[in-house]
Ligand binder design. Structure first.
Ligand code: SDX
Length: 427
């Protein structure tokens, strides 16, 4: 028996169907609310509002559960590699060997970036933040791949998908190379996706490229952990832009800009900057905890708190464990890891954080590993974008295949009522 929700307003009763998801989440379907009751809902930040039904990622913020297409993040992080997870997110099933080989081949075939793109890259000052450069270059890709804009068939979508998966790592690596005045390259396509990304980022002219397998394994795991996270700010942006049929590359470019913000993906850079500031200040975490709790002080404990997780972010748990392993394997001593652990311990015992259910999120420890892998801090959020790319693609594809309507929220107007125009002379 399907459930209904009843709304009583102004002496009238209205009934609305209720949708129950496969994990028993319940949503009131208010499609008819304005038509039948002349009402809209108001929910700044959409804290209580579902934008869609999706089969891609399930998370339970109270229990700290995260699954991609039904597979536990803990299993995928340990047992899968990044391209397998990308395929799973986008197409819904883990690929068999043949499908994975074809997917990998098709992506490699599309990893060439038009030489003219280098002129656009050259137009940026070295001081430009890599996220701004990457968002611009991703949008510029449209000009060189016009067939990737108007994608109505599944084949057209597939072609656009393998193009962006092939070209995005090149653009990301080039933003780093440009900043460090290193030649732009394509690495070696006999290498795996993640190892070739690392080679494009770090190979030195005239030197033989070699890398510790532990570095590639750690990078692969971090990309998997960042691959999707249901309707977060940047993914909702990708869906919103995609809903106007602006095309995949334009939608991804917008998602990169949304991710850049320090309240979202930019937090991984902000966390390291915060930990460094605490270290420079003598390591007094108590002082910074008090600043974070002081409403008059704009300082927040970066890497802490989450819109959905009111328990440990399962990704943070895996990354924290991985940080110990990777730094141990690489013989890296990073004092900010101890500061981070001390801060976490204090916060989890502090009433302000406990009452608000503020736990470490995915960004709290990730930067410590990126730094140990030799990735510059200004590239941390680019690494987040590289991980999130398959999730953005999967969500965009789901939205387009379901032929969802253009996104266009309502508002409650609180401005001036009708008033007469006053000529300039009488104002
Ligand atoms: C990501 O949505 C996703 O899934 C995102 C993400 C993904 O994978 O896509 O998980 C990735 O973006 C993780 C979050 C990274 N951001 C940060 O680490 C920045 C620091 N965190 C906060 O800015 C904040 O916690 C947010 C933005 C993450 C969540 O903000 P909300 O849900 O809007 O919560 P809020 O700001 O209303 O906070 C509720 C209370 C407030 O206090 P009161 O007004 O109730 O007294 O908690 C306080 C806040 O002041 N609070 C913090 C805090 N986070 C929340 N106080 C101090 N330090 C913090 N970090």
């Amino acid at each position: 028996m399907s459930k209904i929700a009843t709304l009583e307003f102004d002496g009238k009763k209205y009934e609305f169907p209720v949708t129950v998801g496969t994990e028993d989440e319940i949503g009131i379907d208010i499609k008819k609310l304005r038509g039948e009751a002349g009402l809209i809902t108001l929910d700044p930040g959409y804290k209580n509002t579902g934008s869609c039904e999706s089969a891609i990622t399930f998370l339970d913020g109270e229990k700290g559960i995260l699954r991609y297409r039904g597979y536990a993040i803990e299993d995928l992080a340990e047992k899968a590699d990044f391209l397998e997870v990308a395929y799973l997110l986008i197409f819904g099933e883990l690929p068999n060997k043949e499908k994975l080989e074809k997917f990998t081949h098709d992506i490699k075939e599309q990893s060439q970036v038009d030489e003219e793109m280098k002129k656009i890259l050259d137009g940026f000052p070295k001081s430009a933040h890599p996220m701004g450069v990457l968002s611009s270059l991703t949008s510029a890709l449209i000009a060189f791949n016009p067939s990737s804009v108007d994608v109505s068939s599944e084949q057209d979508m597939y072609n656009a998908i393998v193009k962006i998966l092939g070209k995005f790592p090149v653009l990301a690596a080039w933003t780093l190379r440009k900043k460090h005045s290193l030649p732009l390259n394509y690495g070696d396509d006999t290498l795996g996706y993640v190892e070739n990304l690392h080679k494009m980022m770090f190979e030195k002219p005239g030197k033989t490229y070699k890398v510790d397998k532990a570095v590639i394994d750690a990078l692969d795991k971090l990309l998997i952990l960042h691959a999707d996270h249901e309707q977060n700010c940047s993914t909702s942006t990708v869906r919103m832009v995609g809903s106007s049929h602006a095309g995949l590359f334009a939608s991804i470019s917008a998602g990169i800009s949304a991710l850049w913000g320090p309240l979202h993906g930019g937090a991984n850079q902000a966390v390291i900057e915060m930990l460094e500031r605490i270290k420079e200040d003598g390591g007094d975490t108590h002082k910074f905890m008090e600043k974070a709790k002081d409403k008059e002080d704009p300082f927040r404990l970066m890497g802490f708190g989450h819109r959905v997780y009111k328990n440990f972010d399962p990704r943070a748990k895996i990354i924290k464990k991985s940080a110990d392993e990777v730094l141990g394997k690489l013989g890296v001593e990073d004092p900010v890891l101890d500061i981070a652990k001390g801060l976490e311990k204090k916060a989890l015992e502090d009433d302000y954080f406990v009452k608000r259910k503020l736990y470490p999120n995915v960004d709290f420890y990730s930067g410590i590993i990126y730094r140990a892998l030799g990735i510059p801090v200004e590239m941390f959020t680019v690494m987040f974008a590289l991980g999130r790319l398959p999730g953005w693609i999967a969500q965009w594809r789901e939205m387009r295949l379901k032929k969802e309507p253009i996104g266009r929220p309502r508002q409650i107007y609180i401005g001036e009522n009708l008033r007469d125009f006053k000529p300039l002379g009488s104002r």
